[in-house]
Design a protein around this ligand. Structure first.
Ligand code: FE2
Length: 387
């Protein structure tokens, strides 16, 4: 993408939201819940590979008869891994259809009932009516609405709660505690939706959630020789929550978004981007822990980096040889630069993956890296016979 194109799509969030009334104030991401086939083993993977810490648990031992959930944390990130304990649980249907994947993107709010009522009055589909859950640590109010596919936004009000996670969960004390890798918070979470559905969901986030579209990329900007996609980034009023929405576009071969939709059997969360302050250290450790990343961009990519930074008068503070050695990509815009890298899918279906991102002032999503990134994904697709 040229400098001019980046300029044309990039502008500050604060300008958009000047004077806008936020009917859905969000304090941040609360937790992300995955439905998985074997939560015990998934928890071991996220601890061992990604450096998450044991935090809370519910299961047979705590009186939960239908499902077991492990809560893992790293700095501000909370992951919940849930598996049904019998065939009658509806969670099974989700796993049979989608494989392991994200079911709930929970949003931390001051008033869950109000969040539910505001969004329902604007056309949301209900997942769970406002529900008060209590235990000896206090009370939590939760309410949920559906977003794309079978994915859910749960509003979580926890100002009157002092327990480890939610009522019903106990603190999870484990003898196995691998060190954290420096992941700090969720920077953005991307949804893949079907053909011609991107604008439908952009409108849904605008109307139902009060979000704004602050960046757009069309298939002329996001394409390789073989495939293409379109993407629009939605952000809430205070800019803390960012949800890019992708849809496939016509190309000579099958778009990676189409591959996702085929294997997830519908719309769903494509990737979770997690922020770090020291990407060289974080990615170095993740690689030692066995996390698989997409292949390193070619030599020509790194040769072009100094020029790209110079274009925007930014100075790279990191050692480019170290970035190259780890396969970390660099993108720049007016406000700064960013460093990012993408894992391979973290389950056997080519669906959900993670992005590790370090922002050095840039507020974009690595548009300058899209081509190199997608070529790398296409190499994986070719191996899978799905390009
Ligand atoms: Fe991303």
């Amino acid at each position: 993408m040229s400098k001019k194109e980046i300029k044309s799509v990039h502008y500050g969030l604060e300008k958009i939201f000047e004077g806008a009334q936020d009917f859905l104030p969000l304090l941040g991401t609360d937790y992300v819940e995955f439905y998985v086939g074997n939560a015990k083993q998934a928890a071991y993977f996220y601890k061992t590979a990604f450096g998450f810490q044991s935090h809370a648990y519910k299961g047979l031992e705590t009186g939960s008869k239908d499902a077991v959930s492990y809560v893992l944390t790293q700095d501000k990130i909370k992951l919940v891994l849930t598996t049904p304990l019998n065939s009658s649980s509806s969670i099974n249907n989700h796993i049979v259809k989608h494989g392991d994947g994200v079911k709930v993107v929970a949003l931390w709010v001051e008033d869950a009932k109000k969040a539910y009522e505001e969004t329902m009055s604007r056309g949301a589909k209900s997942y769970m009516e406002p529900t008060i859950e209590t235990d000896e640590h206090g009370e939590v109010v939760r309410a949920g609405i559906y977003t794309y596919g079978e994915t859910v936004h749960m509003f979580v009000e926890r100002k009157n709660y002092k327990g480890p996670f939610l009522p019903g969960f106990q603190k999870w004390e484990s003898a196995y505690n691998p060190p954290a890798v420096g992941l700090k918070y969720i920077d953005h979470m991307v949804g893949n939706v079907g053909w011609n559905q991107m604008d439908v969901w952009v409108q849904w986030y605008e109307q139902v959630m009060g979000f704004e579209n602050f960046l757009s990329f069309d298939d002329k900007q996001i394409h390789t020789e073989y495939s293409a996609l379109m993407s629009k980034v939605m952000s809430n009023g205070n800019g803390r929550i960012k949800f890019p929405i992708n849809e496939p576009a016509e190309g000579k071969k099958r778009s990676q978004i189409e591959e996702y939709l085929d294997f997830y059997e519908g719309a769903g969360v494509q990737h979770i981007a997690v922020a770090t302050d020291d990407i060289i250290k974080t990615v170095g450790q993740l690689q030692l822990n066995g996390v698989e990343f997409l292949s390193t961009p070619p030599e020509a990519y790194y040769k072009a980096v100094p020029g790209r930074l110079e274009e925007f008068s930014h100075e790279l503070r990191e050692d480019i040889e170290k970035l190259k050695g780890l396969g970390i990509m660099i993108d720049a815009d007016e406000e700064g630069y960013l460093l990012q890298i993408f894992t391979k899918p973290v389950e056997d279906r080519p669906t959900l993956f993670f992005e590790i991102i370090q922002r050095m002032g840039a507020k974009g999503f690595g548009a300058g890296n899209f081509k190199a990134l997608f070529e790398s994904i296409e190499r994986e697709q070719a191996k899978r016979g799905t390009l």
